[in-house]
Design a binder for this molecule. Structure first.
Ligand code: FES
Ligand code: FES
Length: 403
C-alpha cells in the first residue's frame, strides 16, 4: 500500500492505496463518488473524465498514486457558473438519454466552453470527440455547448486560451516527487506542445524510439519473387492499405501521401512522407515515415520493417514489425491493449488486398473488394470489443452448462 494525499472536490483526502488502483476506482470505491462512470477502462470512451489540476483527464488510465498532491474535481464538484449553465443546456437540448456518458461529457464540455472563442460546431465536435455516447448521439450535446458559448460571448466573457488549465502533460506531472510542498500547488504556465518540425529538428531519426511496437505476419499464396516485386511498387502497396492514397509521383525510395482515418466523429487526414529502403538479397525492406493531421492536431511517426520467406507450396510468409508513435487526439486509440487486435484485423485486410492485387497481376479477377476510402478506427475498435464480449458470454454459458 502507498500513501496518497490529494484534494477532491475541495476537501483534503488522505488514504492508503494499492499502487495499481486507478483514480476512477479510488474516487468511486474509496470516496463513494459514483458520478464518475467507467465504460471501457481503456481510455477510449471518456465516461471517466475528471479534472486533474484543472485539466480534463481519463481517470481510468491514471493511477491514484500518480495524483499525489493533485487537485481532483469530479462531476459532483462542478458548481461553477459554466457547469451550472451546461447542466441546464444539456436538459433543454436533450443532450442525454441514459446519462451514462454525461458526467464525462460535462467535464469536457466545460473545457470546450472555456477555451473556444466561437460557438463553431466543427470545433466543438473536435473538442468533444474524446467522449463517446452510446444512446443519444451528439447533436444535442453540440447544441448545448454552442448555446453556452454563444451566451458567454454575448455577455462579453472572453475565452481563456488555456481554459484555466495550469499544467499540461501526463496527469500528476505537475507534482514531481520531492518538490511537493502543498496539495494546492499547480503550475502557472501552460507548457507548449512542441511542433512536429521542432521535434524532428531536435531528435534525429536514429535516436527515435517508437511508443508502440508490434509484430504481425501473414501468408500469401504467391512466390516470394512476385510478392517482393509488388511490394516494390508504392502505388500497389498504397492500394492495399485502407484509407491510403499517394500524392505526386513516387520514386523508388521516397513517397508522399495521405492517410484518411475515421474514429467516431473525428475524420483525420494525415499528410506525410516516407523513405523506403529495400535489400533484395534478404527480401527485406524498411519504410520510415511521418505525418500530421492539422484538423485534429494528431501527428504520427513510424517505421515498418518487413521480411519475406518462402513457404511450402510456392507461398510466401510476410513478417512485419511495426513501430509507431501517435500524438494528439487520435492517440487514445494507441493506448489500449485493443490496438493489437485492431492491428491484427488491419493486417488481415492488407494481406487480403495484397493477395487480390497479386491475382490481378497474374491476369486473374481480384479476390477481394477495393480497399475502403478511409480507415475506420472506431468501428474496428468496436468490432473487437463486440467480439470480446461475445467470447466472454460464450465462455460463461459454457461454464454454466458444464456446471
Ligand atoms: S472508462 Fe475511462 S475512457 Fe472509458
Ligand atoms: S446518454 Fe446514454 S450513453 Fe450518452
Amino acid at each position: 500500500m502507498t500513501s496518497v494525499s490529494m484534494t477532491i472536490n475541495g476537501g483534503p483526502v488522505e488514504a492508503e492505496v494499492e499502487p495499481r488502483t486507478h483514480l476512477a476506482d479510488f474516487i468511486r470505491e474509496h470516496r463513494n463518488l459514483t458520478g464518475t462512470h467507467l465504460g471501457c477502462e481503456h481510455g477510449v470512451c471518456g465516461a471517466c473524465t475528471v479534472l486533474i489540476d484543472g485539466a480534463p483527464a481519463r481517470s481510468c488510465i491514471t493511477y491514484a498514486v500518480a495524483c499525489d498532491g493533485a487537485i481532483i474535481t469530479t462531476v459532483e464538484g462542478l458548481h461553477d457558473e459554466v457547469s451550472v449553465a451546461l447542466r441546464k443546456a444539456f436538459s433543454r437540448e436533450h443532450a442525454l438519454q441514459c446519462g451514462f456518458c454525461t458526467p464525462g461529457m460535462l467535464v469536457s464540455a466545460r473545457d470546450a466552453v472555456l477555451r473556444l472563442p466561437e460557438p463553431d460546431q466543427r470545433e466543438i465536435r473536435v473538442l468533444m470527440s474524446g467522449n463517446l455516447c452510446r444512446c443519444t448521439g451528439y447533436v444535442g450535446v453540440v447544441r448545448a455547448v454552442q448555446s453556452v458559448i454563444a451566451d458567454r460571448r454575448a455577455r462579453g466573457i472572453a475565452p481563456e486560451p488555456g481554459g484555466g488549465i495550469a499544467a499540461l502533460g501526463p496527469a500528476g506531472s505537475a507534482h514531481p516527487a520531492g518538490s511537493q510542498t502543498s496539495s494546492a500547488r499547480v503550475r502557472t504556465q501552460p507548457r507548449a506542445e512542441p511542433t512536429v518540425s521542432a521535434r524532428r529538428e531536435s531528435r534525429p531519426l536514429e535516436e527515435w524510439r517508437p511508443h508502440v511496437t508490434m509484430e504481425q505476419s501473414f501468408t500469401v499464396r504467391h512466390p516470394p519473387e512476385a510478392v517482393w516485386a509488388l511490394l516494390g511498387l508504392p502505388e500497389e502497396v498504397a492500394a492495399c492499405l485502407p484509407g491510403a492514397r499517394l500524392v505526386g509521383t513516387p520514386t523508388e525510395d521516397h513517397v508522399e501521401g495521405l492517410l484518411r482515418v475515421k474514429a467516431g466523429p473525428i475524420v483525420a487526414e494525415f499528410s506525410g512522407s516516407a523513405d523506403i529502403a529495400r535489400d533484395v538479397s534478404h527480401y527485406a525492406g524498411m519504410i520510415r515515415g511521418q505525418g500530421r493531421d492539422n484538423r485534429s492536431g494528431s501527428a504520427t511517426r513510424g517505421e515498418i520493417a518487413y521480411k519475406l520467406s518462402p513457404e511450402p507450396g510456392g507461398a510466401t510468409r510476410v513478417n512485419v514489425t511495426v513501430g509507431y508513435t501517435l500524438t494528439g487526439m487520435l492517440a487514445q486509440f494507441s493506448r489500449s491493449g485493443l490496438i493489437q487486435d485492431v492491428a491484427n484485423r488491419l493486417t488481415a485486410a492488407f494481406a487480403q488486398n495484397l493477395e487480390a492485387r497479386l491475382a490481378v497481376g497474374e491476369g486473374r479477377p481480384p479476390s477481394a473488394p477495393a480497399p475502403a476510402a478511409e480507415l475506420d478506427a472506431a468501428s474496428l475498435v468496436w468490432s473487437v470489443l463486440k467480439e470480446r464480449v461475445r467470447s466472454l458470454v460464450r465462455a460463461l454459458l459454457g461454464r454454466k452448462t458444464r456446471g
